[in-house]
Design a binder for this molecule. Sequence first.
Ligand code: ATP
Length: 436
Amino acid sequence: MEKIVSLCKRRGFIFPGSEIYGGLTGTWDYGPLGALLKKNFKDEWWKEMVERRDDIVGIDAAIIMNPLAWEASGHTEGFTDPLVECKICHERFRADKPEEQDEHAATHKGEKVTWTEPRKFNLLVEAKLGVIEGEKSTVYLRGEITNGVQVNFKNILNSTRVKIPFGVAQIGKAFRNEITPGNFIFRSREFEQMEVQYYVKPEEAEGGKWFNYWKENRMNWFLSLGMKRENLRFRDHAADERAHYARFATDIEYNSPMGWAEMMGIHHRGDWDLKRHAEYSGEDMSYTDPETGEKYLPWDIETSSGVDRPLLFLMLDAYSEEKERVVLKLHPRLAPYKAAVFPLLANKPELVKLAKSIYDDLRKQFMVAWDDRGNIGKRYYAQDEIGTPYCFTVDFESLENGDVTVRDRDTAEQKRIPIKSLAQYLKENIYGEVHN
Ligand code: ATP
């Protein structure tokens, strides 16, 4: 973990938030490479969930919502008591219920459980909205992105042609007054989430089928991004640890330096959200089957993931040290740069000119790095460390033969490739696109 934190800082992936002012606990700033990596990760998710599916639409709801929405979703009432938090698993308990704390401590079988000081707090982050002092109203920065989807259920039905079963996808920031932020970007106070609320017919068999479908689907997606199978596992929630809305819940956990830790959750929310929003808003939130005319409140199978937390795990999973080089074996689709272009020697104008023209050409389609400092070996290592899958070097032979050396990040193997087929080479090797 320390190596990843230091690599992230040194190479511009992630910096401590507002660092020059001593930082702000639980906040992180993504630097030039981190912003690219995070964008690639979110884009992959969006393509997979929205662009390549007929049954899911995407939305982008406001972070600040009418406070009633948080009453309806149960977020305001659950977090207003003085709470203590178990320092091992971060589960929170009412400070006025010592018997519950004792019962919980026993589940850690022999480990010494310590508790945070009791605090009256609300997990939701408050903000003041309005222009006139004294007339500003208290609102919340959303504690999770689910609610923005649920409150738009009717709007989505009325404005699109979705039919049950269908999903609504969203990516966006969430804020939580975590008592114990820590472990780098694992637990922050400001973070991003990506979720699909998938609405199905309220029947046990249907709910079970889609719950299992999304479990497998999400696991397979992380595997397709190159994560090691042995570092991932499912963990079903026991009845007493499920959130207030969940009928079933499973986490996908990662084998992290802190132990197995939640990366994302799959939750069977039943009709909790739509029912509560119908009750609190007075709106009819039901769905009418266009064929049978049957009217019902659908059940919601949610896949709820962070963006930052899986990114941390993807980086940990990809990090490797091989002899004198550090290699971040990120999936090429996630890598900040898809390739780097080098002139063999920076003081030979004819090499620089050709290399620059290749660089300018490739950048029209891909994020590409340029480097002409130091020797080639150092440049390779610098790219390995940030996960660049391919390096193209222009040498004297290139001037005569019209080809360059391509060096592969993972194998360090080198071969010659015609300059005119470099873009196609990247497409095939990164995105699996084959054109004749
Ligand atoms: P935890 O038990 O670790 O606090 P949670 O069960 O409260 O997490 P959910 O509410 O299910 O988390 O949120 C879904 C996902 O959002 C989590 O699996 C995680 O990836 C991400 N997430 C939640 N809280 C944070 C946080 N404070 N910082 C970063 N990511 C978070």
